[in-house]
Design a binder for this molecule. Structure first.
Ligand code: ADP
Ligand code: MG
Length: 285
């Protein structure tokens, strides 16, 4: 896990510090009564500037809830989120505060289609983000759009296209370009490559790895796929039923998992010579 670094004898400010996070959702039962669902409990972790942290775990373990709270799309029931030392206030925020945190953190979702305006070209959707956050002259803004398109591997013709004309991988590149336009310090990616075909997924992973190397931007990368996580992150936490059950450097976690749950998760990754372990069935050679 990210260790507190030291710069000039002072403790370096962490990029992200999540402490004691808890999220309870009210869930209405079929008989009309309300129950509480604890989606996330006692979750704490930190990312150093430019660091890369993965959250892995099966569906329903609370990964997206943590991501959404970090990105400010959901508020925590308890606990705190500090980004570059600034605590994200709970509850409704002023426009100024929202913008301040949007400059620090951007999020990329599994399905970019829903966040892209079908009537807008790729170029104008990126321009829109630049207008919102920066005071640029038109020529500067257009040059920046070109730079962002290049960064995610889209050409000028694709820049003039509308989302419908693009493939899933290309649309995800647009979503990444719009997030990068803000020049965030932290990029939260929630199953951002999970819906893509394997070959397209590999290309988008390469784009993300290049971006990390070039910009020194921090990643909070959520995935249920440990093989993907390994390619992009240095550290990881493992979640199970809302709790962190394991954590550390990816190499250590995946090669020498301590928690029984993590061992089970790794067993489920298909690899050459892999055969699923069938519970209750005697192994035969
Ligand atoms: N808005 C919500 N209202 C009620 N329950 C929710 C809501 N969002 C998530 N949950 C529940 O919280 C738990 C964790 O969900 P989630 O964070 O999406 O997990 P993951 O991303 O690991 O699949 C699940 O049981 C899910 O059904
Ligand atoms: Mg999820």
């Amino acid at each position: 896990m990210a260790r507190p670094g030291r710069a000039g004898g002072r403790r370096m400010t962490k990029l992200l510090e999540v402490s004691g996070l808890r999220k309870v959702f009210p869930v209405r039962q079929s008989d009309g009564t309300a129950e509480e669902l604890v989606a996330v409990d006692e979750v704490s972790f930190a990312i150093a500037p430019g660091g890369s942290m993965a959250i892995v775990g099966e569906s329903g373990s609370g990964k997206s809830t943590v991501a959404r709270i970090v990105a400010g799309l959901e508020t925590a029931t308890q606990g705190s989120i500090r980004i570059c030392g600034d605590e994200r206030p709970a509850g409704r925020q002023s426009r100024g505060k929202r913008k301040h945190f949007a400059r620090l953190v951007q999020m990329v979702f599994q399905d970019p289609y829903s966040s892209l305006d079908p009537s807008q070209t790729v170029r104008s959707s990126i321009e829109e983000v630049l207008r919102e956050h920066f005071d640029l002259r038109t020529a500067q803004r257009l040059a920046r759009v070109t730079e962002l398109l290049e960064q995610v591997g889209l050409d000028s013709r694709q820049g003039d296209a509308r989302p419908r004309a693009l493939s899933g991988g290309q649309r995800q590149r647009v979503a990444i370009a719009r997030a990068l336009a803000v020049e965030p310090r932290l990029l939260v990616l929630d199953e951002a490559v999970s819906a893509l075909d394997v070959s397209v997924q590999a290309q988008v992973i390469n784009v993300l790895a290049d971006i990390r190397a070039a910009l020194g931007i921090g990643f909070l990368f959520i995935s249920h796929d440990l093989a993907v996580v390994r390619q992009l992150c240095d550290d990881c936490i493992v979640m199970f039923q809302g709790h962190v059950v394991d954590g550390g450097e990816i190499a250590t976690i995946l090669d020498a998992p301590q928690a029984e749950y993590t061992r089970g998760l790794i067993e489920a990754i298909p690899r050459p010579g892999w055969r699923p372990v069938r519970r209750g069935v005697a192994e035969t050679a």
